[in-house]
Write a protein that binds this ligand. Structure first.
Ligand SMILES: Nc1nc2c(ncn2[C@@H]2O[C@H](COP(=O)(O)OP(=O)(O)OP(=O)(O)O)[C@@H](O)[C@H]2O)c(=O)[nH]1
Length: 310
């Protein structure tokens, strides 16, 4: 298991630190910047206090690693909807496996694609359905109905802003392929019934799971300054070769890089071999290329995590 590097550069300016909120809040960093982490969590709890409905967005490639461990507790009885975004990046069979899993757990899930807008109609409907109950309660207490307030919460770069833009059908939130883009809270009115809050991506302060941290890095969900590409690319290869579809994935890698990935090679061996063949022997460049290929879907539609027991 490769250890993910915590931020080692001491010269962190505020901007970099902000990027890292959306960055690696893994054990060591938490100890180094306790004030910063505590502030991010305080803000998250404040946001939860302001809304009626929580839309929790996770990355469909890593639904477990992008699960915020404290969220269920903090939401209490508040309605919570689980959105699995980037559905376009996983295979049909991955999707079916997760659908079955969440059905067994009795957790309603909506599949979304923040780029094409797939699923956004259902998200809107589900949020508005929640508003009916909320406004019925208000009327019973003699209060005027008001638009339902919902917040999009999730790890950095899972696609919250893109989803909001699709829901509103216009580009109101900055959305970019790197973590930590959303820095401020922003309310957006959707029709006359729904106010949506886009919030900066947050990683739990208690996040110490190295494997999950590596998967976040693989999926570009934490700041690049937090890790070394070759370690993370090796982690990606280890994960791919442990999946049920490992054999076909090895073939796909061989086709893409013209280098066989035999069973007796380690991930590090393979990166070195691709570096030799394609990147003048530079492992870091080979690693960056593999990570980029995975992130843009050039290695195929792959969920890195499957439900337990799959
Ligand atoms: N392929 C694919 N890309 C997506 C999807 N949703 C968002 N993206 C892309 O992923 C990148 C990150 O999306 P954002 O909407 O900025 O993510 P965010 O969760 O708001 O990020 P933070 O600001 O870091 O909290 C952008 O380049 C989006 O175009 C999706 O469903 N599929």
């Amino acid at each position: 298991m490769h250890q993910l590097q915590a931020l080692v550069g001491a010269e962190l300016d505020d901007d970099l630190l902000l990027e890292q909120t959306g960055g690696l809040l893994e054990g060591r960093l938490v100890q180094w910047y306790p004030g910063h982490i505590a502030r991010a969590e305080r803000r998250l709890k404040e946001q939860l206090g302001m809304v009626d409905v929580v839309l929790e967005v996770r990355d469909a490639r890593i639904p477990m690693s992008t699960c915020h461990s404290q969220l269920a507790k903090w939401c209490g009885t508040k309605p919570r909807l689980l959105l699995l975004n980037r559905v376009d990046m996983i295979s049909e069979s991955d999707r079916s496996a997760w659908t079955r899993h969440f059905k067994q757990q009795k957790t309603p899930v909506l599949w979304t694609d923040g780029v094409s807008g797939l699923g956004s109609g259902q998200v809107r409907k589900a949020a508005l359905d929640a508003s009916v109950a909320i406004n019925a309660k208000r009327r019973n207490r003699g209060l005027m109905p008001r638009p339902v307030r919902a917040v999009m919460i999730g790890f950095p770069n899972v696609g919250k802003s893109a989803l909001i833009n699709r829901l509103l059908n216009r580009r109101v939130c900055r959305s970019a392929p790197k973590p930590g883009v959303t820095r401020d809270l922003r309310w957006n009115r959707l029709g006359s019934d729904l106010d949506l809050l886009d919030a900066p991506g947050v990683i739990p302060a208690s996040f110490t799971d190295q494997q999950a941290a590596q998967r976040l890095a693989v999926c570009n969900d934490i700041g690049e300054a937090s890790y070394i590409d070759s370690l993370i690319a090796a982690s990606l290869l280890d994960t791919l070769t442990a999946l049920p579809s490992a054999r076909s994935l090895r073939r796909r890698l061989a086709q893409r890089y013209d280098v066989e990935f035999s069973e007796d090679m380690t991930a590090e061996d393979y990166i070195a071999a691709v570096a030799e063949a394609k990147c003048q022997g530079e492992d870091e460049r080979a690693a960056q290329r593999m990570l980029k290929d995975f992130r843009v879907g050039a290695l195929g539609r792959i969920a890195l995590e499957l439900p337990p027991g799959f």
